[in-house]
Design a protein around this ligand. Structure first.
Ligand code: FRU
Length: 483
């Protein structure tokens, strides 16, 4: 049997389950040197079905070990998305013999009630672990938050709100976010609603997260909201709001719609609990528009590279920046520097570096004066193009000729993203892993994540500019993290 890592299109350092269907990351948390990832998982097929929580752990968020399934469907329903917290003060009372409980807060989705046309088929429940996430016990008092009659009532993301010593649950409730609070994770009080008349509403709101962050020494809160469909390049995507939160109400500073990632393949991203000053997000690297159709076997879907989030101000607006976690440097091979290389026509990076695979990081610094592109290619004529277009001041990823594209009619497209930064020099970091590319432009102000499925591995790398450009940067091959 082939090793996992040698199967076509298998990501080499992004997490993907060995087999079967995965969607959203769930319950991510850090505890005693270990990162835990749970995920929406259907262990009986490579398409979506009755949801479980799969489980994997890692010391660095790059080398993952898949573990037995953590949560199985039960009489209350399938186990939809949610979060997990380290209940340090044992507010829940689940702790025993001095053991700190981990508490998972998730949506039970009751398909029988759904089929019976009830509105109340989604509600929130708890499970806890006293052995650092290895085994979980469902709470006998489930559900802890019954459904008030809202068809889409799901994806609880819970965090401790220290100023008022209470838990805050951020919940997606169809076309808005509802905040609840609780002293003990078991009894929940509705605090407020947000967003019915703000932001993008091309689809249902899902998988929110509320993050305290600092900017210039001042606290601000970021509210992430995934929507499906209605993304800037079609299908699923994640928007965000920056504002204040007082334990009850979220007040945005601005009414501008902002997108965390303009690519089509970063959805339902949320952050890890218990990571101290670091805010680390991982998303599902796919899109509901075609996730069930992508040509991989025996699994479907991977996660994005974990990203560190910060805030940055541009023209009096606060924006989220995302950059790959610093741990990614651990996979660095031998770096080649490119300094003031004139590119007119085509520059062959693979010839210069000896690189023969789409497993690398490329950091470029380029004057914002002309069009240019980075092209991943192979002998079959498959091409994945990442570029900058001067006339529209935008970045793009074009996967229309990237290989297998006809499994879904909207897949083979060119995606665009506005440049948000204003300086004269473009800075781009590209992270490529066999079947995905992640563009972090201008320090992560504009981000694009796209997946693709070449007929043969993309083993060539070029930089192109018809009008001419001078580039500087670093090319770094990455080593694989999967076996
Ligand atoms: C988002 C989502 C969530 C839901 C889960 C079900 O991708 O639709 O809203 O909890 O997937 O698998």
């Amino acid at each position: 049997q082939a090793k996992t890592g040698s199967v076509p299109h298998r990501p080499q350092f992004h997490f993907s389950p060995k087999a079967h269907w995965m969607n959203d990351p769930n319950g991510m948390l850090y505890l005693n040197g270990t990162y835990h990832l749970f995920f929406q998982y259907y262990p009986d097929a490579t398409v979506w079905g009755p949801m479980h929580w799969g489980h994997a752990t890692s010391k660095d968020m790059l080398h993952w070990q898949e573990l037995p399934i953590a949560l199985y469907p039960d009489s209350l329903g399938w186990i939809f998305s949610g979060s997990a917290v380290v209940d340090v003060n044992n507010t829940s009372g689940f702790g025993k013999d001095g053991k700190t409980p981990l508490v998972a807060i998730f949506t039970h989705h009751n398909d029988k009630l759904e089929k019976a046309k009830s509105d109340k088929f989604q509600y929130q429940s708890l499970a806890y672990s006293l052995d650092e996430g290895k085994t979980w016990t469902k709470y006998a008092g489930n559900p802890v938050l019954p459904n008030p009659g809202i068809t889409d009532f799901r994806d609880p993301k819970v965090r401790w709100y220290a100023p008022q010593k209470k838990w805050i649950m951020t919940l997606a409730t169809k076309d808005r976010i509802t905040f609840y609070s609780s002293p003990n994770l078991k009894n929940w009080t509705r605090e407020s609603d947000f967003g019915k008349d703000l932001g993008a509403h091309g689809g249902v709101w899902e998988c929110p997260d509320l993050l305290p962050m600092t900017h210039n020494g001042k606290q601000a809160w970021v509210l992430l909201v995934s929507i499906n469909p209605g993304g800037p390049n079609g299908g699923s995507a994640t928007q965000y709001f920056v504002g204040d939160f007082d334990g009850k109400t979220f007040k945005p500073y601005s009414t501008k719609t902002k997108w965390m990632d303009y690519g089509t393949d970063n959805y339902a991203g949320v952050t890890f609990s218990n990571t101290g000053n670091r805010t680390i997000l991982m998303g599902w690297m796919s899109n509901w528009q075609y996730a069930r159709d992508v040509p991989t076997d025996p699994w479907r879907s991977a996660n994005t590279v974990p990203r560190e989030l910060s805030l940055r101000e541009v023209d009096k607006e606060l924006y989220l920046t995302s950059t790959p976690i610093k741990e990614l440097d651990k996979l660095n091979g031998k770096t080649t520097s490119l300094s003031n290389v004139p590119v007119k026509g085509q520059y062959d990076v693979s010839a210069k570096t000896g690189q023969k695979s789409a497993l690398f990081k490329l950091a470029l610094s380029v004057p914002a004066v002309n069009d240019f592109s980075v092209v991943l290619a192979n002998e079959q004529g498959n091409e994945l193009v990442i570029g900058y277009e001067k006339s529209t001041n935008s970045y793009y990823i074009d996967r229309s000729k990237s290989g297998k594209t006809d499994f879904e009619k909207g897949f083979g497209k060119r995606h665009t993203a506005p440049r948000i930064a204003t300086g004269n020099t473009l800075s781009l970091t590209l992270v490529a892993d066999v079947a995905s590319v992640e563009l972090f432009a201008d320090g992560g102000l504009t981000v694009m994540t796209d997946i693709f499925f070449p007929n043969q591995p993309l083993n060539k790398l070029y930089i192109k500019s018809a009008t001419g450009i001078s580039i500087s940067g670093l090319f770094t091959p990455l080593t694989k993290a999967v076996q």
